[in-house]
Design a protein around this ligand. Sequence first.
Ligand SMILES: C=CC1=C(C)c2cc3[nH]c(cc4nc(cc5[nH]c(cc1n2)c(C)c5CCC(=O)O)C(CCC(=O)O)=C4C)c(C)c3C=C
Ligand SMILES: [Fe+2]
Ligand SMILES: [Fe+2]
Length: 337
Amino acid sequence: MAKKAIVLMNLGSPDSTSVKDVKKYLTEFLMDERVIDKPWLARTLLVRGIIVPFRAPKSAKAYESIWWKEGSPLIVLTKQLQEAVQKEMEEPVEIAMRYGNPSPKYCYDKLVRENPDLEEVVLFPLYPHYAMSSYETAVEYMKEIHEKYKYNFRISVTPPYYRDAEYIYSLAESIRPFTEKSFDKLLFSYHGVPERHILKGDITGQHCLKVNDCCHVTSAAHDQCYRHQTFITTELVTEKLQLPKEKVEQSFQSRLGRDPWLTPYTAKRLEELPAEGVKKLLVVCPAFVSDCLETLEEIAEEGKHIFLHAGGEEFTMIPCLNVHPLWIRSIVKLIGD
Ligand SMILES: C=CC1=C(C)c2cc3[nH]c(cc4nc(cc5[nH]c(cc1n2)c(C)c5CCC(=O)O)C(CCC(=O)O)=C4C)c(C)c3C=C
Ligand SMILES: [Fe+2]
Ligand SMILES: [Fe+2]
């Protein structure tokens, strides 16, 4: 029985690849006001009336193409991560998903049942970067459930670790073996967000996407600027791997809807790169620490197809950190800090 416990928090997946389960998952996900930041009525009409009915059958097919016999890769890999971290820690380690299962309440209840003297829970978001639609919503929801059900333990939160030396080292070392054979470019493809989210998150109200080269000009806004934080991860990993700048590029994937999202868009760059002389491409997706639909389907299947169809010759997707031993080491270190 422990006084302190760790919760690894991830996004979540549908319970199965059935259209019904995918609809339920997408509705919970997209009705989150930190994901689709429109007033409740507009969001409800858009999500329940348009996005979910049209998207669910397509998403269900996409999930089917990557589903493992044990379940969703994201959930299976997060469980594997839990087991690997647990081996290195005395405190109990649990997982909780922002949408779907296992839910935050299920996770807290299990911890309390098994550890009646629990005093503190450390939340570890499996997102290296701060975004309203990922890190923030996960943390705020865990806090909301904690308050709603009046649990007796206190919670603390691991800050975004996008520039943490151990994290950068683990990411760089996971990429290194792929850079040891010949390649033309390494593309860092991050999950995108609407530009509006970046403007909303700007605590100064006058920096993000307003100042020239905003993400490289010092600002208090950067503590919550997803775009800035992704650039820093790319720059630090590039430095660590001693790669020439011209062999590295950054883009943003997974755009939903017609609003402007962060650019350049990955799909567009994959189509353009072969004509620019890039024939052998490596792609890494550091917004995700566990492989998931967005890496296994959107990049490794769809992205590869776009690139090869446009004249590319070799496309290699570098796996996420998943259960890389250096990543486990950095999680343990970050939790201890
Ligand atoms: C407005 C829509 C979305 C925003 C903003 C968004 C931000 C965001 N998402 C992740 C991580 C993941 N997203 C995943 C899937 C996914 N994302 C969206 C929409 C937005 N995400 C949708 C609709 C979906 C579902 C699948 C689909 O229909 O395309 C996943 C994979 C989940 C899985 O089960 O494998 C992850 C992980 C981040 C980090 C982020 C902001 C930075
Ligand atoms: Fe997403
Ligand atoms: Fe910025």
